[in-house]
Design a protein around this ligand. Structure first.
Ligand code: ADP
Length: 167
């Protein structure tokens, strides 16, 4: 039986990278509809605002016709309930991601037994890529062109220009 599944790809996306886009592209090919659900993880310090992250994702993913960018706050399990979706997409880069992702998948299932988490592996060339690594490269004056969409590269440059003016 093939179902028309709405899948949700939640994350911090601070900022979105080509690794995130790779996962979005794979999910877009697999599911009828994909919602990229942007949040501000309470345990992390944020570089970009929720609205900035939404705008960057919208610009980078607008060629995927079945992908929508949304935001949520609070528990993912509660948010899924409100939109009546129970399929969560997460990216797995390496073994180091596994423990946290595994815990979170099982916790979400504990919170709502209908939730299934599906892990997608990015292209090998993105397995080393993270938002924090990209920010570090940008802060140290390196080029991020190979790692993020053009709009994110420009946003990072502006952010660093503002930071260096305030020093
Ligand atoms: P979170 O704080 O929710 O983990 P992130 O933006 O860091 O937010 O990651 C969101 C999801 O995207 C996670 O499942 C993460 O493993 C995945 N992800 C992040 N970077 C990559 C990448 N380079 N390739 C594949 N998946 C990635």
């Amino acid at each position: 039986m093939t179902k028309k599944i709405l899948a949700v790809y939640p994350g911090n996306f601070d900022p979105p990278t080509n690794g995130h886009l790779d996962i979005i592209s794979r999910a877009s090919g697999l599911f009828a509809e994909v919602m990229v659900a942007v949040t501000n993880n309470v345990n992390k310090v944020h570089t970009f605002t929720l609205q900035e992250k939404i705008d960057l994702l919208q610009e980078s993913a607008n060629h995927f016709k079945n992908v929508k960018i949304v935001s949520f706050s609070g528990l993912l399990a509660n948010y899924l309930e409100t939109i009546n979706s129970f399929v969560v997409i997460r990216g797995l880069r390496a073994i180091s991601d596994f423990e946290y992702e595994f815990q979170m998948a099982l916790m979400n299932r504990k919170l709502n037994k209908n939730i299934e988490t599906i892990f997608l592996m990015p292209d090998q060339s993105y397995t080393f890529l993270s938002s924090s690594m990209v920010k570090e490269i940008a802060m140290l004056g390196g080029s991020t062109a190979a790692f993020v969409p053009k709009c994110v590269e420009e946003k990072l440059k502006k952010y660093i220009a503002i930071l260096s003016k305030n020093v």
